[in-house]
Design a protein around this ligand. Structure first.
Ligand SMILES: C[S@@+](CC[C@H](N)C(=O)[O-])C[C@H]1O[C@@H](n2cnc3c(N)ncnc32)[C@H](O)[C@@H]1O
Length: 298
């Protein structure tokens, strides 16, 4: 199909008109066309999966649908909102305007949480994890998918996000592996069942400054929930609350792990090191050497 005149014509359109975001590196004119092609054929796939799956032939109706989908994308609709799919770690997740479209960069947090949960289960046979600011459930579900023996709880302040996270759990056939709740940070778990009992507390809180949120590209500001980005005047308001509240929930030796924004490493490292509840603080760098995840042990 990639040799067909239709594919070549539409690729030229995308090469000249498509604007992509740096935090969605998997989206190129080619992968976008493949994803929209599969969606038009009635078998939606993420850009990552679509790019490695043979393209089906399209009838006239499907070709018209594909041209409409390309128009939507060129007008700025996020690809994942058109296909309702996004790849995260190795999961084909459902995506939509209810929650942030999971970003590739957050796989660093998910893989760190998977490693920690695996180590804890290896040591003690089971583990309890809470994922806050769970959004579409990506981090919680990645841990549930990869680590047997971990009991995962997750929450988000947005009821819409929690509804999408629950749909994702069913879609990924992980029914019952994560218990989702709606509420402010750790409030849904503020009871003796969790106090000083949690082995791993993860989160990807909003960390963009309020001023920068106002300047975000239209593809984000017009389509994704502001709640997912706005971290207050300095970008660290929510993560600072988490750092303060986490120790009450973590058992001695339990880990707090969070994604942070570019450049926030030094200030958050200082904050964690200064907190007497944390005994060990680690910074995890991405492939470019930027600190994007912080870890601290109670
Ligand atoms: C950066 S998004 C992360 C979503 C998801 N974990 C991901 O990685 O794609 C931040 C999430 O935090 C949620 N949020 C914002 N303020 C919150 C609060 N006070 N308590 C709980 N969740 C909150 C937002 O609704 C949003 O889903």
């Amino acid at each position: 199909m990639k040799n067909s005149s239709l594919y070549q014509e539409l690729l030229v359109q995308l090469v000249s008109g498509l604007k992509t975001l740096p935090d969605k590196p998997e989206e190129t004119p080619e992968t976008t066309l493949c994803a929209l092609w599969h969606a038009a054929a009635g078998a939606p796939k993420s850009a990552v999966l679509a790019a490695v799956t043979d393209l089906p032939s399209l009838d006239k109706t499907a070709e018209k649908t594909l041209r409409d989908l390309i128009k939507q994308r060129l007008n700025g609709a996020p690809l994942a909102h058109i296909t309702h799919r996004q790849r995260f770690v190795d999961m084909e997740m459902l995506a939509g305007p209810e929650a942030l479209v999971p970003r590739k960069e957050t796989e660093l947090l998910a893989r760190t949480a998977i490693d920690l949960a695996s180590q804890i289960v290896a040591q003690q046979g089971k583990a309890t994890m809470i994922d806050v600011c769970t959004g579409s459930g990506n981090v919680a579900l990645a841990v549930a998918q990869h680590v047997r023996g971990v009991q995962v709880f997750a929450a988000d302040i947005s009821e819409d996000a929690v509804a999408l996270a629950r749909r994702n759990m069913q879609h990924l056939r992980l029914d019952g592996r994560v218990q989702f709740a709606a509420g402010d940070l750790l409030a849904p778990f503020d009871n003796p069942e969790f106090h000083a009992r949690v082995d791993l507390l993860s989160g990807n809180p909003p960390y963009i400054t309020s001023a920068k949120v106002k300047e975000m590209p239209n593809e984000i500001s017009a389509h994704e929930p502001t709640l997912a980005f706005d971290g207050g005047a300095f970008g660290v308001a929510i993560i600072m609350r988490l750092v303060k509240e986490a120790p009450r929930f973590l058992r001695p030796g339990g880990w707090f792990v969070s994604e942070i924004g570019l450049g926030q490493g030094p200030v958050l490292g200082k904050l964690l090191n200064k907190n007497p509840a944390f005994k060990e603080v680690r910074m995890i760098e991405d492939a470019s050497g930027a600190v994007r995840v912080v870890m601290a042990r109670c």
